[in-house]
Design a binder for this molecule. Structure first.
Ligand SMILES: Cc1cc2nc3c(=O)[nH]c(=O)nc-3n(C[C@H](O)[C@H](O)[C@H](O)COP(=O)(O)OP(=O)(O)OC[C@H]3O[C@@H](n4cnc5c(N)ncnc54)[C@H](O)[C@@H]3O)c2cc1C
Length: 382
């Protein structure tokens, strides 16, 4: 007689959740279910291309996922570690023997007028709406990009390259503050060549056709794209865990949720484990190793084996500057920038190769579960 498989739920169909589910699907003692509020994976690192060029950044989960994975379309509202159940917003309840939470992050927008008047890049539908609006703008119309981080730079460069008839203005106190001086210089030069104006006066409010600046001035803006940062989706879920001050679920060194016996956490929604503080960068480069490691430790726990501490080394950060230019900034294992950069056409090729590698890894893990590997380096401490 064969034993009944243990029920493992993975919540979230993004990079971390899909990689974890694929990895777990190779274990025939488990029945793996992926619960996600979308039936596609949104390839978020390509959303600026959707916005500027209308390209599809989604991948159908039906064809992406290993055939042993059951899909449930729905939004999880509550998790009970004690009762081993998740409750969906439509009232359905699912039972689990082990759970992996990978619900990602959402756009943070406390500023006045953003929700009503700005566009942002957290999902493909909003990005596609932006593409439709961009195409309808008249010659010389101003597109304001608020923010100076990776997303803002990629958005501003992509729009400027794809729509040279528009005026793109980036409003940011600093541009790529965490990058090295050589990387920042190359980025500023590229933005200049593409005709992007960088203005260091901060935006205080977004209106339908203008932005209000911190010096009180009002500047026209036919379309405003909000790139003011992301926050973890821990705040949206009720659970027996604790959250850090960024809304991320606190985890131990093996990525188990603190306060829970049967819940593991991966991706943007996971707080940095001890030894990796203050934060891990919200990135698919982080989400995938976290997803794979959380899946491995979840399996170890179900077999009664010891958890292994999460270990990971960053190698670089990539920025695309339109389709023809890019910057690859090398970093040390803890993500501190080094002066070494790859720029121009070579930088664009490196970035394109990494984006391709991400989807390739997710697909391959569905064919050969357990294949995905990542560099070891900084090790969690508890
Ligand atoms: C425009 C943009 C550009 C980026 N560029 C880069 C880059 O160049 N390099 C890089 O490394 N990173 C980049 N990032 C960051 C990267 O996309 C994120 O760090 C990554 O998506 C995190 O993966 P994740 O699996 O944790 O979450 P996500 O990819 O956000 O997936 C979360 C999943 O959970 C689902 N979900 C959420 N809540 C629930 C719920 N309650 N119930 C059920 N399902 C739920 C969502 O629908 C989604 O499917 C970029 C992000 C954006 C937005």
């Amino acid at each position: 007689m064969t034993a009944t498989p243990l029920s493992v739920l993975v919540v979230g169909g993004g990079y971390a959740g899909v990689l974890a589910a694929q990895r777990l699907a190779g274990d025939r003692t488990l029945a793996v279910t992926l619960v996600s509020d979308r039936d596609v994976l949104v390839h978020r690192v390509r959303l600026h291309e959707t916005l500027a060029r209308g390209t599809d950044a989604t991948r159908d989960l039906r064809t992406l996922l290993h055939r042993r994975i059951t899909r449930v379309l729905g939004r999880v509202a509550r998790v009970s570690d004690r009762h081993r159940t998740v409750t969906l917003t439509d009232g359905r309840t699912l039972r689990f023997d082990a759970l992996l939470v990978a619900t990602g992050s959402r756009v943070r927008s406390a500023m006045s007028g953003v929700a009503e008047n700005a566009l942002w890049l957290a999902d493909d539908r909003r990005a596609m709406e932006g593409f439709t609006r961009l195409r309808a703008l008249s010659e010389g119309a101003v597109v304001t990009v608020v923010g100076g981080g990776l997303t803002a730079v990629e958005v501003a460069a992509e729009i400027a390259e794809a729509h040279p008839r528009l005026r793109v203005v980036m409003r940011a106190k600093t541009v790529l503050a965490g990058y090295s001086a050589p990387a920042r210089r190359v980025v500023r030069e590229a933005l200049d060549v593409l005709g992007v104006t960088v203005d260091d006066r901060a935006v205080e409010a977004v209106r339908e056709d203008c932005v209000v600046l911190d010096d009180g001035r009002v500047e026209p803006s036919a379309m405003t794209v909000w790139c003011g940062g992301f926050e973890a989706r821990g705040v949206e879920l009720e659970g027996d865990w604790t959250l850090d001050d960024r809304g991320a679920i606190a985890v131990d060194g093996g990525l188990r949720a603190k306060g829970c016996a049967r819940v593991w956490v991966a991706g943007d929604v996971a707080a940095a484990p001890p030894g990796h503080e203050p934060t891990l960068r919200m990135a698919c480069a982080t989400a995938m190793p976290l997803g794979a490691h959380a899946a491995d430790n979840l399996r170890r726990a179900l077999r009664g084996d010891e958890a292994r501490p999460f270990t990971f080394a960053y190698a670089g950060q990539c920025v695309s500057l339109g389709r023809r230019r890019g910057v690859m900034q090398f970093v040390d294992a803890s993500d501190h920038p080094l002066d070494r950069v790859v720029t121009g056409r070579a930088g664009a090729l490196v970035k394109a190769a990494i984006v391709g590698y991400v989807m390739g890894s997710l697909r391959l893990e569905g064919r050969v579960p357990g294949l995905y590997r990542w560099p070891a380096g900084v090790e969690a401490t508890a």
